[in-house]
Design a protein around this ligand. Sequence first.
Ligand SMILES: C[S@@+](CC[C@H](N)C(=O)[O-])C[C@H]1O[C@@H](n2cnc3c(N)ncnc32)[C@H](O)[C@@H]1O
Length: 442
Amino acid sequence: MSIQDKKLVSLLEWIKNTNDEQLKPSSHSYISSKLEVKDYGINGGRGINATSNINRSELILRIPPSFLLNTNTVITHISKYNDSIKLSEPYYTSLYTPYNNLSDKFTKVYESLCLTDLLNLTSFQLLSLYICLEKQRGENSFWKPFIDMLPDISDFKYTPLIWKVNQVSNYEKLLLLLPKSTKQHTDNVYKRFMNDYEIVENLLHKKDFKNYITIELFLWSWMCINSRCLYMTLPQSKTSADNFTLAPYVDFLNHSCEDQCSIKVDGLGFQVFTTNSYSKDQQLYLSYGPHSNDFLLCEYGFVLPYENKWNDINISNFILPLLDNNQIDFLKDNDYYDNYTLTAQGISFRTEVALAVLQEQNPQSSRKLQALLNGISDGSVYKYKSDLLLIEILEKIIHTCNNSLYLEYSDDEDIPTRERKRIIGILYRNMLDICKQVKEKL
Ligand SMILES: C[S@@+](CC[C@H](N)C(=O)[O-])C[C@H]1O[C@@H](n2cnc3c(N)ncnc32)[C@H](O)[C@@H]1O
């Protein structure tokens, strides 16, 4: 049995938890016997395979609350090492937290944190910190079987954030080759990451724990969360971004554009139902959301090279510099400022509004514009000039894409650089396809 197979067996034993008398059978995880984890190699890494036919609307997975890694479970587990943290809410007290009393240098960190310290962190910061510490606790960690099955940092080799933080070979050149909107997205992800790292580092520093978490470890933990978190409302969350959980085993489901499984979260935990029927040996998928390749690359580290119906192009960089102050004020007042996109189907309504505003000296007093915004007019009065400007923009993008398509077939001697260039080339090819389809329709 390979090491990976042994780790998977441990994960299954841990998550089913059938040996523990304390736990009611209804709280054991349910993993349908029609499922197996399969390695799809370069086509998505590990995924879930149907070992026999599965019906539509069939319950295939149920992971009880105690085995979900989120703010609730983290705070409850930490409280077991810290007498100052008194929890009374049922979403904490109902959790199963076998306290094994295995103190170590990392549980000293838990001893030093008060509840306010924990609640002042975002879910993302708290979980990143916790996974870094639990990973280093090894055998002492309740979560070891789960942490052992998390991906390796090399599984994120296509993520531009990793290129930048780890300064991989040719990273500066690679970042410059990215389409502008992907570069901007990368800068935003980088800011989010650095901000989380600094906050966690400052907290540890304040408590006198130095060199407990390297940036490399934090990056791994942060990317594992970013690429595997699933939406789940949590009672103590301050923002919608805090509403997520990690769900062992469910997180083996790979992404497809079409929803093929649905999620239900209730007192029983995190449940997955099929929304399709599957035949034996088919891979099961879950849609992570309506994400373009640009988004998938920056946040998850992969792209769907051929069939991503959510691909779009952000053309804000072309439109924003053309707006005068009056037009900017109007768009801001009406919540239409920035984020102008187009897909293979055409421009978004936001983009249509921006192109119409560009044709108005005094947008505030234009009845035509008001009619467009209110849905009374179809905006055809603006169409001729909007199309002319759009063609100009499309031609500029087509020119850039044509000059960058070679990247997909790069013959760079350095293999990692060649692979990363191939992914960048795919982004340009996707953009070119959209531009051509939109142009044909004008
Ligand atoms: C929630 S995990 C899914 C399980 C993952 N494949 C694994 O080996 O652990 C998300 C990660 O899986 C990979 N992934 C998911 N869907 C994919 C797809 N359609 N094509 C390629 N990679 C995919 C990406 O690396 C992504 O960051």
